[in-house]
Design a protein around this ligand. Sequence first.
Ligand code: NDP
Length: 312
Amino acid sequence: MWPTRPNAMAQLERLYQLRRYDEAEDKMAFLTKYGPSCLAVATNGHVELSEKHLQHLSSIGIVSSSSAGFEKIDTKALQSRGILLTNTSIALRDDVADAVIMLTLACRRQLVAAHNYVQMADWGVKGMYPLTSGLRGKRAGIFGLGSIGQAIADRYSVMGLEIGYHSRTPKANNYTYFSSLKELSMWSDILVAVVPGGAETKGVIDHDVLRALGQSGTFINVSRGSVVNETALITALEKGWIANAGLDVFWDEPTPNPRLTGAPNVTLYPHHASGTAETRDAMAQLMVDNLKAFFNGEKVLTPVYELTEAVK
Ligand code: NDP
């Protein structure tokens, strides 16, 4: 297992016999010794779980993850073995969507630069801060209209923005669907990435997509750093091909590229979109509740996929 919030951890300790993979110095020796007797894995999507681990975890029926993303977990290998996977997207979607609004406003209204303007006493010397860009009537393009993407769309709609989106399949709604990311970007004033990471989305926010967004465009990323070609993003910011970017996730975490973090037209957040005490507690609790449901023989609360009868 991987550690979690104190209240959830106390429940796990009370209910189950825990084997602490996170504390093991020799991970593979730990798996050889304890893996076969484990019935469940409590983890998060930032920790690798692949074939090399699963071959030792021959008795597990569930992987309960306390995060939303799970690109480091080999879902195909789990499914083929009839192992359930649960995540906690539902518990964190509001905080992540709120963080998108925070980054959008910070970029468009230039919160960080304006804050510095007051703090450095430029206001008294140089006069009124230059005018910024409002949100009402602007077009927000959401790349990945899933659980969190929908919560972002709800907020943007209330704020008077028009919604467009790109995903692999159109959804049943009144928003404008774009079958290509580049077309969505060309249409958008604000482009938000909120897709899963992994091989399929690696580097898809590239030079062409950023050029399509245009010099008054804002790019917001709360998905994964891997989704962006970071060299292309740095160039776009430096050359003014886009206006600005609000970034919660980076290619190199926790020490992102200084050329990116040093750009005057970025607003940065340390992969903390879900980082409130309330939400982290809710995520941890949902991870525990999924385990409880599983061991009680009930339907798990938030499965990532349904198992087919053949592999159950
Ligand atoms: P969902 O699975 O609910 O939604 C994902 C969306 O992305 C779906 O609309 C899906 O639609 C679309 N999608 C998936 N793959 C592709 C693709 N290759 N091309 C285009 N669209 C695609 O996930 P959530 O909304 O819960 O979370 C989304 C992601 O947000 C997570 O995977 C994680 O990476 C990130 N996240 C970041 C957090 C942070 O702290 N910054 C916190 C939580 C999540 P379709 O299947 O039709 O393509």
